[in-house]
Design a protein around this ligand. Structure first.
Ligand SMILES: Cc1ncc(COP(=O)(O)O)c(C=O)c1O
Length: 461
């Protein structure tokens, strides 16, 4: 009788437990698959297998954020300290970071964002996806946004400027912030190609309202796919969090009513995976050393290279802040730039120019057909057309709207520098360049060396 008494009334529980015992959902096999991705030999993988099979993983890793051991949370905290910024949000890519930042900045239908004509297309595409309109502006001799031209492109509809720190260079952030302040605009920095660079002591991405980073394998710091959004503004940060994770796992109680006005709105899921977070935590730890190696070699080359009348050095806004991926200068014509590149390459110097080439390229505005031809994802034409009224937004794109950008790109020569070069490698490069330049051009004795020409610093080579 007692046996049949319901447990709720004090009888014995019908189920005390089950015999079957499972394995962790994510365990050694997944770990070993990663070892294979890393490229270890079958013999090494076998040794790793023997070593790790002895471990009891319990339930195994869950590979999800918001746990004390979450690598993504650790990476966000580490980045906040490294960049000296209040808030860091990890997302799935640099494009996702831009999309998130534009939404956080409340860029929406009818709002214009000024974007340099030389960038990767994502800077402009993400404006469109957010519902805004990208407006191209020219770059200057720094190969980054021209603050004067950006100012000329401002209209009553302009809401933000998106300076892009291209190829490890840094924009003139003082001038950009000045324009933005005078016109009451937001500044959303695209730092995808220059993670860790500084402008006058401050990390880029922490000077404007929001900073967007790509930390994918193609970028100086990063592995797999990933992005970061940084801001010192709490409100922008919480808007970015809600957008990038509309399901609300980031909230202490995800189903709670809004804790402040505007906390909740419809969003997506751009949450970074734990695997990407793991790799990128280590990548960020390596960042400073990488930057130091790059800057050392750039200084070695620039302080030993003479200056020539026919070669106009590229403007550098912060010699010790930028990455220093290459040494850039301009020839008088695109044909001259092409000729010089052939001569340098014959000596073994790694260099390139766009020259007179008219090939399609997602880094030059005139080839970015999804923008130039106003091609949104939906057939109603939004955001270039108001779906309700059918009215077109007052923006026209034409291939010649940023002539200076096209001119500079065609005449620029970039000589690649390498962080791993020894002092001897740097001297070898300088000797090769000097051999070619002395044969073709005349030295400019006003300067001791290239470093003095670009910085005004008197440094003996
Ligand atoms: C300037 C710039 N912005 C944004 C992105 C987009 O980053 P991701 O490829 O991580 O989406 C890139 C990537 O190449 C980039 O170079």
């Amino acid at each position: 009788m007692y046996k049949n008494k319901l447990a709720i009334n004090g009888g014995p529980k019908a189920i005390e437990g089950f015999e079957g015992k499972g394995e962790p959902k994510i365990g050694n096999e997944e770990f070993l698959e990663m070892a294979d991705t890393w490229g270890y030999s079958p013999e090494t993988i076998d040794e790793i297998r023997q070593a790790i099979d002895k471990e009891d993983l319990g339930g195994g890793p869950f590979l999800v954020g918001y746990k004390p051991q979450s690598k993504v949370s650790q990476m966000e905290a580490y980045a906040a300290e490294l960049f000296n910024v209040k808030n860091v949000l990890a997302v799935t890519s640099g494009t996702a970071a831009l999309h998130t930042a534009y939404v956080a900045a409340d860029i929406g239908f009818g709002d214009e964002v000024i974007v340099p004509g030389y960038t990767f297309m994502a800077t402009a595409m993400a404006v469109v996806v957010a519902g805004g309109i990208p407006v191209w502006c020219d770059i200057d001799e720094s190969m980054t946004i021209d603050p004067n031209d950006a100012e000329k492109r401002i209209t009553p509809r302009t809401k933000a400027i998106a300076p892009v720190h291209m190829s490890g260079r840094v924009c003139n952030m003082d001038a950009i912030m000045d324009v933005a302040k005078r016109h009451n605009l937001m500044v959303i920095e695209d730092c995808a190609q220059a993670c860790g660079a500084r402008f006058h002591g401050r990390r880029i991405g922490t000077i404007g309202d929001l900073g967007c980073f790509s930390i994918s394998s193609y970028k100086p710091t990063g592995g797999g796919e990933g992005g970061l959004v940084m801001t010192n503004d709490d409100k922008l940060h919480w808007r970015a969090r809600q957008w990038s994770e509309g399901g609300g796992l980031w909230r202490p109680d995800r189903y709670a009513l809004p804790r402040w006005e505007g906390e909740l709105f419809c969003g997506v899921n751009y949450r970074m995976s734990e695997l990407a977070g793991t790799v990128n935590l280590v990548q960020l730890r390596k960042m400073e050393a990488q930057l130091a190696r790059k800057r050392t070699n750039k200084r070695r080359v620039l302080s030993a290279l003479p200056v020539y009348h026919e070669l106009q050095p590229q403007v550098i806004h912060d010699i010790d802040g930028e990455h220093g991926n290459d040494l850039g200068f301009f020839l008088e014509t695109a044909a001259e730039a092409e000729r010089l590149v052939s001569v340098l390459q014959a000596e073994g110097v790694g260099c390139s120019t766009r020259g007179r080439s008219d090939g399609r390229d997602w880094h030059i505005y005139k080839y970015m057909s999804p923008i130039m031809d106003k091609l949104p994802a939906t057939s109603n034409g939004y955001p270039w057309r108001d779906p309700k009224t059918g009215e077109e937004t007052p923006i026209e794109y034409s291939p010649d709207m940023c002539p200076r950008t096209l001119d500079l790109l065609s005449r620029r020569v970039g000589v690649g520098l390498n962080q791993w070069w020894t002092e001897r490698d740097c001297k070898q490069l300088v000797a090769a360049m000097t051999k070619v330049f002395d044969a073709l051009y005349t030295r400019d004795s006003n300067y001791e060396n290239w470093l003095e020409a670009v910085t005004g610093e008197m440094v003996k080579g």
